[in-house]
Ligand binder design. Sequence first.
Ligand code: GDP
Ligand code: MN
Length: 389
Amino acid sequence: MNIHEYQAKELLKAYGAPVAKGTVATTAQGAAAQAKDLSGDVFVVKAQIHAGGRGKGGGIKLVKTLEELHAEADRMLGKPLITPQTGPKGASVRSVYVVEDTTIARELYLSLLVDRASGRVAFVASTEGGVNIEEVAANTPELITTLDVDPASGLSGFHGRVIASALKLEGDLAKQCGKLVKTLYNLFIEKDASLIEINPLVVTKEDKLVCLDAKMGFEDNALFRHPDIVELRDIHEEDPAEVEASKHDLSYVKLDGTIGCMVNGAGLAMATMDIIKLYGGEPANFLDVGGGATKERVTEAFKIILSDPNVQGVLVNIFGGIMRCDTIAEGIIAAARETNIAVPLVVRLEGTNVERGKELLRDSGLAIIPADDLDDAAKKAVAAVKAAA
Ligand code: GDP
Ligand code: MN
């Protein structure tokens, strides 16, 4: 789960990290009125969407008067902001963050993430901040320092010193850096974060370190421990079908293809997607209905798959291990009737009571295309979609 910049900054502030003072507003009038509580006359108006690259899309503006502030907030609010990360439709701007201006001397990069290679929490630091870090990694990898933290010994002064040196910070700035490293690590561990990215982390003209931008993500499987973080969720930033799926404990990820997939088990779901591609088709989604695929969940899964206008056929691939195939067949039949499925439906069942399950599908009177194994199912689904196109 990701949160907005202003929420991330509030968390950073609560932990003692240096951030510029700011205020969040949902209307231009509100933004101008609230800015009066900030100091100075120069502010930065920042569109709050989860995607980055806002500067390039016109979502970050320096303003010198309250009139200008009002005009910029008005221009951003209620409209989609298109950035290199949002896709062509952009993301709708529902709030703006107004912050006191920071006088920038240098822009740096600092993040904390879970490094899959080492299996540890790691810091990534670079002197090349403010820009796309993926580009820095591709063109000048020598300018990026990665430092992981041994979970047994935890964080020490050593980490702060290595990062300060990687960022070319000396004297008091190195001390500020050591403190920030500790703060970010504590926040990351205590809140079960998956990413904290400060890009840019700036050195001001007054030689102070300030977190100018903040992107934070949290481990979904640990959210039950953090009701305060769950509160920060903005479902407008998420795919509506994925939100609906999560309400029913279905793991669903929308993709760009035409063959809807309903599968139990993440491994089988991946294999099903692979084999669809092998036979020249494109999966429309990843969907794992889980071990306890009840009639209700199968029905919800069908509804979610069919809500995608790109879906031209559905492939059900279920292994009845814990669940019996006849129970699953009943679920499929009920769901197909309830949703009035109008696209070809290929079903491959295997496992306990498979014969009884197939018999139920045959006798249902529904135009279900039965398949015997994974190959057969994928070939039939691809052929059915091609024929319908
Ligand atoms: P992103 O493009 O979504 O990652 O947005 P950022 O918040 O990182 O801002 C992009 C760039 O805008 C930064 O690298 C800065 O150069 C500039 N910027 C952002 N906030 C401020 C600010 O408070 N003051 C000034 N002067 N520039 C800022
Ligand atoms: Mn940024």
